[in-house]
Design a protein around this ligand. Structure first.
Ligand code: 5GP
Length: 190
């Protein structure tokens, strides 16, 4: 099993809960009297989506898409590939793409293009986290965004590092371990 990494809580569970409720309230208000279709981006968004859906006071249905992204690496390759498509048509529906984190914007830009072609009635983006300083696609922004965070790699609440840590209740930053010398002490860096 892989060595454990040091973690530092960046967004505590109480704040996550507050933000999820706030996003759900805004969606409920914006689509009053209508049906919304949530499209979760696997796997990272599954925890956010399952909390969000229970706070939305509307008729709701759910579908999922999966894309190849980081894998075990910390940096995006810049390539997005569809691995799992939707189960059913979204034509004429109020679709909300639900993503864990908006980083470079490449994933959501790709998914937005594919879904727009299928002629939904409306297409919105909900992302729990946003790293605006990492954006490559300038015109991608979330309609419902929870928390802006600095450029740090985070795990927990559905987000993984090599498939670990998805079950953490808080969102945590991975703290880089110092390199050790032969005595087990941190190497001195000039
Ligand atoms: P983008 O295409 O916007 O660069 O990346 C979006 C995807 O990259 C997210 O859905 C997520 O899977 C992954 N990602 C981006 N930043 C992080 C991060 O800090 N932690 C983890 N675990 N995944 C991230």
């Amino acid at each position: 099993m892989a060595k454990s990494q040091k973690l530092k809580v960046l967004v505590p569970r109480a704040e996550i809960r507050r933000k999820v409720r706030e996003i759900a309230r805004r969606i409920t208000r914006d689509f009053r009297g209508e049906h919304v279709h949530l499209v979760g981006v696997l796997k990272g968004a599954c925890v956010f989506l399952s909390d969000l859906i229970r706070e939305i006071d509307l008729e709701v249905s759910v579908d999922f898409m999966a894309v190849a992204s980081y894998g075990r690496e910390r940096n995006s390759s810049g390539q997005v590939k569809l691995i799992k498509d939707l189960d059913s048509s979204i034509e004429g529906m109020n679709v909300i793409l639900v993503e864990d984190i908006l980083d470079t914007g490449l994933t959501l830009d790709y998914l937005r293009r594919i879904l727009e072609e299928r002629r939904p009635k409306t297409l919105r983006i909900a992302a729990l986290l946003d790293k605006p300083s990492r954006r490559i696609v300038p015109d991608i922004r979330g309609d419902y965004v929870g928390i802006s965070i600095p450029n740090q790699f985070v795990v927990g609440y559905g987000l993984d590092f090599g498939e670990r840590y998805r079950n953490l209740k808080d969102i945590c930053a991975l703290v880089p371990e110092p390199e050790l010398n032969e005595h087990g002490h941190p190497k001195h860096t000039p």
